[in-house]
Design a protein around this ligand. Structure first.
Ligand SMILES: C=C(O[C@H]1C=CC=C(C(=O)O)[C@@H]1O)C(=O)O
Length: 458
């Protein structure tokens, strides 16, 4: 949204649904808008508003634009649960210098679930001077609907009609290979560039100029035309139950790391750093990997940087900040992580996007000290991270929301005009500290790619 543009007046109506719906079956097969974790989540259908931001001001501009939109909006919400009422889903780029757009999207319909409660929100642009009129931007009457479980009658707007659910369709699969380096005769291949980058990071850390650098690499593939993205999304949601499965503007993944969750004055976060591959087929080896992680000074050290960065960034905004006493092992299907949960009360009226802006980039995805780590990443990673390791999540009219760090994810590009095929680029990285070994770091990235490579496999 540019500063000269008028604030759109949105009208959001949330109504309960009488019957359960299979959320993913409502998602757009080629442009899904999805946020899901276990028995909670939502799916967007259509788009009422899209705001784009770039540069160092992307979080503050987005937060200000959303505050203005929320203040001008008319919200009629009979459900009043986290995720009901006016909602935008968003994805933000990692780097201040990134050419990739950060976006907030308000879907026309948002169908959502919180445990055994289901609802739909319809958001339209209110016609000028017709805010009280129950019509959408095109002047068409709000469509009637699935009967409401509470049996509301009278002047209350009914829930809008939902499109018919459709089971997932074709999935030819995507095979990934290390991403090709940007064209330059003297450029090493992307794996060599990554290994060189890790060596150089270890050298700089030993030299004392920086303490931790999170370096990443990319793999790429091609999504054939007509592929139904609800297939990999369904696999991620089914397999990664402790993660948020998301699809926002072509950014698809399942992240285990909660950057910030804010609900009615309570905030929480989950900090992850320190990793070992899982071995579920060999329980003893698996337990050994977990114990090694818990007792490794190097991993504890790497984790402590990440926790400290979140505590320092969050402290000015909250009261009663508390953390789990010691890092605990978080078990995911592909890896063990060292994890610390944080909780606090908001000390001021910061919105979730303002908190994201204050926290980003944490030492889990940048390093320590932040500015030196960011400079090293810009120098040692031969690509723009785009939205990988940025933030993805949602915000409501009160400024509450849930945002995760965009990890274990892939970005879909535009379709080729001739074939309809789309490029897919996945990214994964890890924290480099004193004593990091390049080959070990490389295999850690292989484990971190698994959610995507497996979900996108044939
Ligand atoms: C940077 C990533 O993971 C971060 C989150 C958890 C554990 C990490 C690690 O052990 O290095 C990373 O800090 C990634 O998945 O690409």
């Amino acid at each position: 949204m540019t500063s000269e543009s008028a604030v759109p007046r949105l009208r959001a109506i949330t109504r309960p649904l009488a019957t359960a719906v299979e959320l993913l079956q409502l998602a757009d097969p080629t442009a899904p808008l999805v946020w899901q974790r276990g028995d909670r989540g939502c799916v967007g259908i259509g788009e009422t508003l899209r705001l784009s931001f770039t540069g160092p001001g992307r979080f503050t501009e987005a937060a200000a634009a959303w505050r203005a939109i929320a203040a001008a909006a008319q919200v009629d919400d009979t459900v009043r649960l986290p995720g009901s009422g006016l909602i935008a889903l968003g994805t933000f780029a990692f780097a201040d210098t990134s050419a990739t757009e950060s976006v907030l999207i308000v879907p026309r319909l948002l169908v959502a679930r919180h445990r055994d409660r289901w609802w739909v929100t319809e958001t339209t642009v209110a016609a000028p001077d017709a805010a009280e009129d129950a019509s959408d931007a095109t002047g068409a009457p709000v469509t009637t609907a699935t009967p409401d479980a509470t049996g509301t009658t009278g002047t209350v707007d009914p829930a809008p009609a939902l499109p018919a659910p459709a089971p997932p369709g074709a999935w030819p699969g995507v095979e990934f290979a290390p991403a090709a380096p940007a064209a330059a005769a003297d450029r090493p291949d992307s794996v060599s560039a990554y290994l060189d980058g890790v060596r150089e990071s270890v050298r700089r850390i030993a030299h004392g100029s920086v303490e931790k650098i999170v370096l990443s690499r990319q793999i790429a593939g091609t999504l054939p035309a007509g592929s139904d993205l609800r297939v990999p999304l369904g696999r991620l949601a089914e397999r990664y139950l402790d993660c948020w499965t998301f699809a926002v503007d072509g950014m698809v993944g399942a992240s285990p790391e909660t950057l910030i969750r804010s609900t009615a004055g309570a905030v929480s976060a989950r900090v992850l750093a320190g990793t070992r591959a899982r071995h579920p087929e060999a329980p003893q080896r698996d337990a050994q990997a977990r114990d090694e992680l818990l007792t490794s000074d190097k991993e504890q050290h790497e984790h402590a940087f990440a926790v400290q960065s979140v505590v320092t960034a969050l402290a000015p905004h909250v009261r009663e900040l508390r953390t789990s006493e010691e890092p605990f092992p978080l078990q995911l299907p592909n890896v063990w992580h060292l994890a610390t949960d944080l909780g606090a009360s908001l000390a001021e009226r910061s919105s979730a996007i303002e908190l994201v802006g204050a926290l980003h980039p944490t030492a889990a995805i940048a390093g320590t000290p932040t500015a030196d780590a960011i400079a090293a990443i810009a120098e040692l990673e031969p690509f723009d991270r785009g939205r990988y390791s940025g933030a993805v999540g949602w915000i409501d009219a009160a400024g509450d929301g849930e945002w995760v760090i965009a990890l274990r994810c892939a970005q879909l590009g535009d379709a080729d005009a001739a074939t309809g095929a789309r490029p897919v680029t996945a990214s994964a990285g890890g924290g480099i500290v004193a004593g990091s070994d390049p080959e070990h770091e490389f295999s850690e990235t292989v484990s971190k790619f698994r959610p995507i490579t497996e979900a996108f496999a044939r």
